[in-house]
Design a protein around this ligand. Structure first.
Ligand SMILES: C[S@@+](CC[C@H](N)C(=O)[O-])C[C@H]1O[C@@H](n2cnc3c(N)ncnc32)[C@H](O)[C@@H]1O
Length: 256
């Protein structure tokens, strides 16, 4: 049977939102244009009213202080607003041009901006109280969005929230619900009112389980050639502790 063409093959004029080159060129063009940056869906000044306690998310809203990671920040990052609201925040995007531009116009320091690929975050498991995505899920291919969701879940600590602002009501929910380790917050997604599009706010809440540790093992023992080589590591406050061998891992039944 003939292979079905992908959307970009069938419609070659469509933007390739999943490609790093596409975004890099787009942001370079934005920087050179007098109109400057594009902001997707809404800016911080509108979004903040829906995120904090009493907003659309009710009791699931964000409350400072806490560590927040923004995925696919572009050059219209939410991070300056989050920092001013009392959070410790980090913005990530795989376009160096966007990250540098966001850092350059930011009212907060450049340390808050990093060039990371959201499909494989070089960040410690359980390190964040919230992960925010505005428009990043919407730009990803299905297989990449599953990787991104899995990374978002991994870096959240127990009780942490994944907040996703998306033009897609069904896909975010159905892909995120397949992941173990978090649950959809009751009453979400909610449509964000008073904007010129159908934009939804999704919220998933991290539960405590042992997937975090399994990820740490996989991520921090890249030299292991066979299972017997694997030692158990727990990263705690930046310090690495060896707590046992592969035999101990079996005894503790960690899901590798
Ligand atoms: C629709 S734009 C949203 C930008 C910004 N959040 C906003 O609301 O204006 C999607 C962003 O996701 C970024 N992105 C797409 N795939 C990515 C990936 N694999 N890793 C990191 N960033 C990615 C793009 O560079 C782009 O900045």
């Amino acid at each position: 049977m003939a292979r079905q063409a992908t959307a970009s093959e069938a419609f070659p004029g469509l933007p390739k939102y999943a490609d790093q080159d596409y975004w890099e060129q787009r942001y370079q063009a934005d920087m050179a244009s007098p109109e400057g940056s594009t902001e997707w869906y809404m800016g911080w000044n509108v979004l903040k009213n829906h995120l904090f306690i009493g907003g659309l998310l009710g009791s699931w809203g964000l409350e400072p202080p806490g560590h927040v990671l923004e995925l696919g920040c572009g050059h219209a990052s939410l991070v300056p607003g989050l920092v001013e609201a009392g959070f410790a925040a980090l913005a990530a995007d795989f376009s160096p041009t966007a990250v540098n531009a966001a850092a350059a116009i930011s009212r907060v320091g450049p340390r808050e901006f990093s060039t990371f690929d959201v499909r494989m975050l070089p960040l410690r498991s359980g390190a964040f109280d919230a992960v925010i995505d505005k428009g990043c899920f919407d730009a990803l291919k299905p297989e990449d969005s599953s990787k991104m969701l899995s990374e978002a879940c991994r870096v959240l600590g127990p009780g942490g929230r994944f907040l996703c602002v998306s033009n897609n009501e069904v896909l975010v929910r159905s892909r995120a619900r397949k992941l173990q380790g978090w649950r959809q917050a009751a009453g979400t997604p909610v449509q964000i009112p008073d904007i010129d599009d159908e934009i939804y706010l999704h919220c998933f809440v991290r539960e405590a389980d042992d997937r975090t540790l399994a990820h740490e093992i996989v991520m921090f023992v890249p030299w292991a050639r066979e299972v017997a080589d694997i030692m158990l590591y727990i990263s705690e406050g930046g310090e690495t502790l060896i707590i046992g061998s592969a035999a101990a891992r079996r005894d503790l039944s960690y899901p590798l």
